[in-house]
Design a protein around this ligand. Structure first.
Ligand code: DTR
Ligand code: ZN
Ligand code: ZN
Length: 341
């Protein structure tokens, strides 16, 4: 999703004005220092591609039974939501729907996000999110049943282990991403100023099983793309980079393109963000093939936004790598403490 430049300039002006209005209010809280050494072996062992593939198969079946897609506002979205909610309820969560509407091509779309949370203090909230809706052109299995499956499996296995985090973890399944990041924007818009400051970390998963993919980590410290992400986003990048480095797995940084995924609303609100991505319609380079295998000169996901984004369109090894990294980062932040002022 790209934003019109005029809109972007307008938002920049509004943000500049907001700085003036906020002067004198309390500044952003010190970022959390994640527990890099968190012992997540058992949880990662339990989070596996086979079980995630069961979720992807269920979402493929939903699309097949509902005109080939799971787009926001459709019966396929409703059934996808019921599947996710049933899984969460069976594990002991209490998922809630956060309803909202938006306009798409002159039509009003009514849809909702699903939110489910752990116990723990809400002084520092960790949101782990990805979009549940697909485009109308296909079932959206890599984009983004893959992210949903990884997040859901992390939530379910954390519940099995009875993990009671220090910091509350809120799992979010966004609606209406494909028509303008509507669900995540609505969520952030609904936060009061103090609630926004309680949001310590946002982890985004959107497309994490691309069939010709790469392990991308968002450039939270701006060292490669100069992204000016909120203070604390560097810690998120570090957790993922260290995690993969410890396992001898290559990663590449990827920029936070404004308007490309659900991290956008969080970043604009000053909430530290990060996440994982394995590539969309971009082309894999020869250098990337050296580190990640696959085919140079072809798209990371040649079925991106197409009807062939099916259960056949996933790299299960990559999916497991990304899900394990998410499980680790979730615990590293759920057990984190604030940096000294
Ligand atoms: N938001 C996506 C695709 C996408 C494009 N760039 C990025 C970066 C990080 C995650 C996802 C994406 C879609 O849903 O179509
Ligand atoms: Zn997506
Ligand atoms: Zn998409």
């Amino acid at each position: 999703m790209k934003m019109h430049r005029g809109v972007r300039a307008g938002l920049a002006a509004a943000a500049a004005a907001a700085v003036v209005v906020l002067a004198g209010c309390s500044a952003a809280p010190p970022p959390l220092v994640p527990t890099h050494s968190a012992d997540t072996g058992a949880l990662r062992e339990a989070v596996n591609a086979r079980d995630i593939m069961d979720h992807l198969e269920a979402l493929q079946d939903v699309a097949d039974a509902n005109g080939g897609h799971r787009a926001a506002g459709s019966s396929g979205y409703e059934e996808s939501a019921r599947y996710v909610e049933e899984q969460l309820r069976a594990a002991g969560y209490n998922p809630v729907r956060q309803h909202f509407t938006y306009r798409d091509d002159g039509e009003e779309v009514e849809t909702f996000n699903i939110l489910a949370e752990t116990g723990g203090s809400d002084e520092h909230i960790i949101v782990v999110g990805g979009h549940l809706d697909s485009v109308r052109r296909g079932p959206g299995i890599n984009d983004n049943a893959s992210g949903v499956g990884a997040i859901l499996e992390t939530a379910l296995r954390m519940a099995d282990f009875g993990i009671e985090p220090t910091n509350k973890v809120r799992f979010a399944f966004w609606g209406g991403e494909e028509e303008g990041l509507n669900g995540s924007q609505h969520y952030v818009d609904e936060l009061s100023g103090s609630e926004t400051r309680q949001h310590a970390v946002y982890l985004n998963l959107d497309m994490v099983a691309s069939p010709n993919g790469v392990r991308f980590v968002h450039d939270g410290d701006g060292s490669t793309f100069g992204d000016n992400a909120p203070n604390g986003s560097d810690e998120i990048e570090d957790v993922f980079v260290d995690y993969f480095a410890d396992r001898g797995l290559e990663v590449l940084p990827t920029p936070f393109e404004d308007g490309d995924s659900d991290y956008t609303a969080f970043l604009r609100a000053g909430i530290p963000a990060g996440g994982l991505f394995t590539g969309d319609a971009g082309t894999k380079s020869g250098a990337e093939v050296q580190d990640f295998g696959g085919e140079a000169g072809l798209e990371y996901d040649s079925c991106y936004h197409r009807s062939c984004d099916t259960i056949e369109n996933v790299d299960t090894d990559l999916l497991e790598d990304m899900a394990d990294a998410l499980a680790h980062a979730t615990i590293a932040f759920a057990t984190a403490t604030p940096a000294e002022d």
